[in-house]
Design a protein around this ligand. Structure first.
Ligand code: GLU
Ligand code: ZN
Length: 311
């Protein structure tokens, strides 16, 4: 037996409470859940509440309620990132002390100008402050040094991905100048702390994955497997507008939404399941789930292209 066939599978769902749970998040919840269940693994729930200005009061509680109403059962306690700030700060200190991260005092405007001068795409930060020794007393962001970092990995659905971090992303932020811990740091620390063996999530985060893998390497963490769900595109192959993909899901339509999510994920859930109950649908899904059937792209306009509420 190989090591991977004996280790416990651990997956997770990690929504940010910046609005109601929408169809895109239901896809991520459903796929990560069924992957874990099929492998007799665990499925953890983590609330990524690290960006208070973008958070909607009550959204996290509504997630828990909605997930329960849909029939999801998570293992253990819910993890709230906002309660783990000391832990993230300790890891930042370590990275700073080892010279793997550094303080940056550049303004947004300065960063834009630097990129222009170097002929780089806007937003790419090429290490202006790497050797400036910015004092901790000055307002600063903390950035990870990415010099020479080239990352390659194989995603279970999207295939081989390569990124030259230095050139395509630059030294990215681990703690923002306003003091908030960046998603990239918290997600890597928590996936490792919880022993996550496979990350299943939407392809909107595919571009972040090389950053996360590099940070894992710098911290000496194991790399989980990755499975990025398809991007939703309309029949012309254009990315579905965020607005239409972001329509809220409602517990009142749980059965239908779940059925639709399964079919989006390439699982051929028979239409008769719509006449039964939620539990029968889950039973079918657990028995028939096939990650190999997940398409790389979703060419279906859903929900209808009518504008949803802004949030
Ligand atoms: N919190 C992120 C989001 O809601 C997802 C993080 C992840 O799955 O890595 O977009
Ligand atoms: Zn700087």
């Amino acid at each position: 037996m190989t090591e991977s066939s004996t280790r416990l599978y651990r997956g997770r769902f990690a929504p940010s409470p910046t609005g109601p749970l929408h169809f895109g998040s239901l896809l991520a919840a459903t796929a990560s859940y069924l992957q874990a269940k099929q492998q007799q693994g665990q499925w953890l729930l983590r609330i990524e509440d690290l960006d208070p200005p973008r958070e909607v009061p009550g959204a996290a509680e509504a997630f828990l309620y909605t997930l329960e109403a849909f029939g999801f059962e998570w293992d253990g306690e819910v993890c709230w990132q906002s309660r783990r700030l000391d832990h993230y700060e300790a890891i930042l200190d370590e990275l700073l002390q080892q010279g793997l991260a550094y303080r940056c005092a550049c303004s947004r405007k300065a960063i834009t100008q630097q990129a222009e001068q170097l002929g780089l795409q806007a937003g790419i930060y090429r290490g202006h402050c790497r050797s400036r020794h910015i004092s901790a007393h000055q307002q600063h962001a903390v950035r990870l040094l990415t010099e020479g970092a080239r990352i390659r990995f194989v995603d279970a659905v999207q295939g081989e991905i390569q990124q030259d971090l230095d050139r395509e992303v630059g030294d990215f932020v681990l703690r923002r100048a306003d003091g908030f811990i960046a998603y990239q740091l918290a997600v890597v620390v928590d996936d490792a702390a919880h022993g996550i063996t496979e990350v299943v999530r939407g392809s909107d985060l595919l571009d972040s994955t090389p950053r996360q893998i590099f940070l894992q390497q710098q911290l000496g963490y194991a790399r989980p497997d990755y499975l990025h769900l398809p991007v939703a595109v309309n029949p012309q192959g254009q990315k579905l507008s965020k607005q239409s993909f972001a329509a809220a899901i409602s517990p009142a339509d749980a059965l239908h939404s779940l059925w639709q999510a399964l079919n989006f994920l390439g699982q051929q859930a028979p239409v008769e399941l719509l006449d039964g109950g939620r539990d029968d649908l889950w039973r079918w899904a657990r028995e028939h789930w096939q990650a190999q059937a997940i398409p790389r792209k979703l060419a279906i306009p859903y929900p209808s292209e009518s504008p949803s509420n802004e949030h």
